[in-house]
Design a protein around this ligand. Structure first.
Ligand code: PRP
Ligand code: URA
Length: 209
């Protein structure tokens, strides 16, 4: 995969516009995030390896493709990652799931870890890390470092919005991990928020502000 893929599909861009609007409701925001996650999942899994299997249709025997290898892992960076995770599990129901609890300290913008649970055998599985926002990239860099520590070798990162500063820092820290995003916005503001962005993804998903 390219090191950064921006998914410019019209449906993704249309839905993202509605998510950005400050007047979108909590329910609407969550629904749109789930819908976009299906389209981002389609994109990030586009090059999964396949193998051929012999099957019988009602009319004939044939060789037909199925996914090869061990079940993939979705790793959700809590809380907001769960908004992408749920839709992705609809498309790949047999995937394994890792949860990484991180929040960004509002003063230092450094990630603080509070939870980690992942399948044990990460080394021979594709791990797709999901979090809607790549701002300073501190959270994503820490999440991926933790997964690598636990053996993950083949990773991808999926987000909804990225800041150019975050993309640069992320690709320097983890040049082996491709990014899939719906948009690279203009910049970070002085508080580390993506501009124009959509605000705080977790708060907008769960109505906590
Ligand atoms: C948000 C977002 C990312 C992080 C991005 O989470 O979901 O995890 O900020 O910022 P960064 O790239 O500068 O690290 P937050 O820390 O607000 O936690 P939450 O999902 O629990 O609201
Ligand atoms: N986290 C968010 O939820 N939004 C931003 O703009 C930056 C970090």
């Amino acid at each position: 995969m390219d090191s950064v893929t921006v998914v410019d599909h019209p449906l993704v861009q249309h839905k993202l516009t509605f998510m950005r609007k400050k007047e979108s409701s909590t329910a609407g925001f969550r629904r749109l995030l789930r819908e976009i996650s299906l389209l981002l999942c389609y994109e990030v899994t586009r090059e999964l390896p396949m193998t051929m299997e012999t099957i019988e249709t009602p009319l004939a025997e044939m060789r037909s493709p199925v996914l090869e290898g061990k079940k993939l892992v979705f790793a959700s960076v809590l809380r907001a990652g769960n908004g992408l995770l749920e839709g992705m599990l609809d498309l790949v129901p047999s995937a394994r799931v890792a949860h990484i609890g991180l929040y960004r300290d509002h003063e230092t913008l450094e990630p603080v870890e509070y939870y980690f649970k992942a399948p044990e055998d990460l080394s021979d599985r594709l791990v797709i890390v999901v979090d809607p926002m790549l701002a300073t990239a501190n959270s994503a860099i820490a999440a991926i470092a933790k997964l690598k520590e636990r053996g993950a070798k083949d990773l991808r990162f999926v987000c909804l919005l990225a800041a150019p500063e975050g993309v640069k820092k992320f690709t320097e820290a983890h040049p082996d991990v491709p990014i899939v995003t719906a948009s690279i916005d203009e910049r970070l503001n002085e508080k580390g928020y993506i501009v124009p962005g959509l605000g705080d993804a977790g708060d907008r998903m769960y109505g906590t502000k």
